[in-house]
Ligand binder design. Structure first.
Ligand code: INI
Length: 159
């Protein structure tokens, strides 16, 4: 890589000793369990011990931001991973739920001292959701879990 003579903060993808809370919604459970499996698999691969992972289930995506806030306030975790599936075909109030969860998580992510990651799928139909939860186009849970480990290490280095 080119030497630009500036300080760069480089972070590893080692998840050893990371304390992680995962908030996963039950609505569209087949999809969200696949996201959770992907996330747990990736966290393990990156060295996060199952002893330092806490999974919290909530009824739907709408309940994710409030639950994250409680977990942040507990000060027990280094980061929070959110997982959910909001599917337009199934949801007359799709836009309401999507806006609530996206803006709620974004606001927490911007204002908290720990990273809060967004692994909530928002898709047009079940097929797209299945594809993004491990069937065809990767697993959003696993991708978000990797981003979470990077962000934990980045925040620690900045501090
Ligand atoms: N919650 C979801 O996570 N995904 C959805 O697709 C969905 N639909 O279809 O409405 C959904 N609704 C429930 C919502 O998140 C709350 O749990 C409910 O409104 C109670 O507050």
């Amino acid at each position: 890589m080119m030497n630009r003579e500036v300080e760069e903060i480089e972070v590893s993808l080692c998840g050893k000793e990371a304390r992680v809370a995962i908030v996963v919604s039950r609505f569209n459970e087949t999809i969200t369990e696949a996201l959770l499996n992907g996330a747990l698999y990736k966290l393990k691969a990156l060295g996060v011990s199952s002893k330092t992972i806490t999974v919290v289930r909530v009824p739907g995506a709408f309940e994710i931001p409030g639950t994250c806030r409680q977990l942040i306030q507990s000060k027990k975790y280094d980061a929070i991973l959110t997982l959910g599936a909001v599917i337009r075909g199934e949801t007359p109030h799709f836009d309401v739920v999507v806006n609530a969860v996206a803006s709620g998580v974004a606001s927490l992510a911007a204002n908290s001292d720990i990273p809060v990651l967004f692994g909530v799928l928002t898709t047009e139909n079940v097929e797209q959701a299945m594809n993004r939860s491990g069937l065809k186009s990767g697993n959003k849970g696993a991708e978000t879990a990797e981003a979470l480990v990077e962000m934990i290490n980045l925040y620690k280095k900045i501090k």
